[in-house]
Design a protein around this ligand. Structure first.
Ligand code: PDD
Length: 287
């Protein structure tokens, strides 16, 4: 089945959706994005994603050409037209096509480019990796210092994924100048010690994960202690468990850090339980 995608108000076969070579998303990585997961054909935490999108756009003085109601309708339309039961919707808004290359932002009369498409992932809930856990390496965080804005500048995260692949593992976690973990290439990072879940506090140096917010809320409700502070790869290696969260992963156990097993080297009870709670609760609240 040819995928139907969204481009500036139109639903088109993916082969017919075309964007200008002068689009600032293409030339300058001048744009933001969101990834919303879909379970049972419904949207997970859509409100959270729209709130973060609005914040990202505001930080870049980018005017959103499409209202929240319209965004929701469009997401639902894409799910329906593509018959998605489990998967993701990628939404991208860039500063559009000013007709030439210039470092200056064009004036507001240049419309933003809005693109969205679905990704069909039938085994998101039963992801094989969630059963085995994933292995990660740590590498220096060489991204710019406003990674709280969800921009489409994903070159360094891509390099981080490639470094992981070359090392024969699944992902990379980034470390700051003091050697402490910031976050994963496309996910937030956690360790578990006894009843305590430790993850870096919100700031400009991590993306404010929508999954992170929900998982920490559920963790507190389930009587876990949550400590928002940085941790080092060394501390991760000596922890009972580790895990990553993202809309694309939910809660994903991390069983090896820089070649050393974490805990038993198998997915632990805390990450497993949080994954179950997250999926149950979010499925119930999906719209
Ligand atoms: N990535 N940190 C980074 C750097 C991310 O790119 C992401 C999401 C997260 C987790 O955020 P959330 O829980 O809101 O998905 C943390 C998306 C999934 C991606 O780029 O595909």
């Amino acid at each position: 089945m040819t995928r139907t995608v969204y481009l500036n108000g139109d639903y088109l076969p993916e082969t017919e959706a075309k964007v200008s070579i002068f689009d600032r998303g293409f030339l300058m990585a001048d744009g933001v994005y969101e990834v919303t997961s879909v379970l049972d054909g419904k949207l997970i935490d859509f409100d959270g994603h729209v709130k973060r999108l609005t914040r990202s756009l505001g930080e870049l003085e980018l005017t959103c050409p499409i209202g929240e109601g319209e965004l929701l309708a469009m997401h639902r339309e894409l799910v329906a037209r593509n018959g998605i039961d489990q998967g993701m919707i990628y939404l991208q808004i860039t500063r559009g096509n000013p007709g030439d290359r210039s470092f200056l932002f064009p004036d507001a009369s240049v419309p933003a480019t809005v693109v969205a498409f679905t990704q069909d992932i039938p085994n998101m809930i039963d992801a094989p990796a969630a059963k085995t856990g994933i292995k990660i390496i740590t590498i220096p965080d060489l991204r710019w210092s406003r990674v709280d804005i969800k921009t489409v500048q994903l070159l360094y995260p891509s390099m981080g994924k490639m470094a992981a692949k070359k090392a024969g593992v699944d992902d990379s976690w980034f470390t700051d100048e003091a050697g402490r973990v910031t976050e994963g290439t496309s996910n937030n990072a956690y360790i578990v010690k006894g009843n305590r879940i430790i993850t870096r506090a919100l700031g400009n140096d991590i993306l404010h994960g929508i999954t992170r917010a929900a998982v920490l809320r559920f963790a507190r409700e389930a009587q876990f202690e949550v400590e928002e502070r940085p941790f080092t790869p060394e501390e991760a290696k000596g922890s009972d468990e580790a895990f990553s969260t993202a809309a694309s992963l939910f809660v994903m156990p991390v069983v090896e850090v820089d070649g050393k097993p974490v805990g038993t080297g198998k997915p632990g009870p805390v990450a497993t339980r949080l994954r179950e709670i997250y999926i149950d609760e979010m499925r119930r609240a999906a719209i």
